[in-house]
Design a protein around this ligand. Sequence first.
Ligand code: ADP
Length: 534
Amino acid sequence: MSLGAMQDWTMRISHVIDHAAREAPTREIVTRWADGSETRTNWAGIHRDARKMAQALQALGLKPGDKVASLAMNHSRHLVSWFGVAGMGGVLHTCNPRLFEEQLEYIVGHAEDKVMLYDAAFQPIIDKMRDQWPTVEHYICFDPPEGSDATAFEDWIGAQSGEFEWVAGDERDPCMICYTSGTTGNPKGVQYEHRSTVLHALAGLQPSTFNFSASSVMLPVVPMFHAASWGLPYAGAMAGIKFVFSAVNDPAVLDEMMKKEGVTDSAGVPTVWLAHFQYCDANDIELPKLRAATIGGSAAPRFMIERLMKNGTRVQHAWGMTETSPIGTVGGPTADWDEMTFDQKVEKTMKQGRPIFGVELRTVDLDDRTKVLPRDGEASGALQIRGPWVVKRYFKAEEDALTADGWFDTGDVAILHPDGTMQITDRTKDVIKSGGEWISSVELENAAVGHPAVAEAACVGMFHPKWDERPVLFVVKKEGKDCTAEEVVNFLSDKVAKWWLPDAVEFVDDIPHTATGKISKKDLRDRFSDYTLA
Ligand code: ADP
């Protein structure tokens, strides 16, 4: 059979930046730097600098397929690197600066990074790690302070003419690698392709995903080193939106930038909003009036959704993983939205939304993984996913990371509802099995953080002689607030089934977190390995 007769147009990232520079050349990219200064460029400027950077990488001898690492926060020069590295056929490895030393040593060595781009704020990490990164030949600092002898990014690319043709290649070539934070074993590398990235970004533009238009002004709080900043830089370039970046995650700075720059959209993990609420409350100022807030990475609690919605902000509660580029599902108004009460809308938004086109989901029985469960809004099982931007094989792994019939097992436990809504109920390793029945640790945590004195809560199953496991809730109290274990349990009693109520509530000063800011149940279990239920 002969092929169709449409034009050849490889899905490469270079098309994305070419488009932004051609169609939205003057749309601004604003950066607030760590030292408090601000710079403004635009898509034409990003395009020009990306070509200079691609040239500069070639001048260093880099070849297509070579890896360039970054250890950096969100700013316009980091954005330039996203397009510059891909444009010379390279692979950008965005490293999470919050990883432990051993993990940083492992991932840079495993990826065989040749160049390290970094923020001056991370100079101490660079100094400490340099000897442990034998593959890295060049260090370039994005924002060296006055008097520093580091190679400055602007000087480095400034030496080039920018007369550069993007390196051509296959659309299945890799363009970015992100490592999972590795709560068990070594971090695993996920290589995004040009094609997967372009498709993922296109899907991100849908009204039911990020809903970007030319008038959107986005301040992504989600770091550029966290799962490609959820694909926002690519989707934003496609729509020619204005970006506002802050290299510091200080709520005072974010609040100021949002209000000053007319930010309409933001995206971040729930803790970011928590900090923003606290800042506004402590200073008696209003929350910014955003059009939409994308919240993902962990479950958005009810009070957060309610407060944002009451402030006129559409809450796009999203679920995804590094392995899924990362968007899998996003919440937005459903067909019956206008008929729903406020409470029903909140209730729906607490679930993780619906799969965007390109993503297929199914749940299978936790004990018998060959049994596919009905989408009846009741059965909860292991969540599996497939699609063009879902990992097939981890970097350098010898085998595919898929089930025998081609699905990726997410490690999450979920319920699929008849209207397509997906609801995360737990992670496979965190569900609590009490007397043969499953208890969702996540639901207990979400309910507990609604208590006015609770800042953070983590629930784990502890050994119980009769029931196998029973839930124990670890709670960090809000500063200056007090409550008793009994009050917390009473508070939960009309929110979850009676037999789910925790057997004990333990007050702790802090709860351990992973490098991506999620509760680390593994560390919590380690910390309380001697714990016994009375
Ligand atoms: P890591 O933090 O291990 O690098 P990711 O950043 O890829 O991993 O996180 C993916 C996991 O985060 C998902 O498998 C899921 O457990 C959790 N997660 C992401 N979004 C949500 C959400 N909206 N609600 C609940 N859990 C979420």
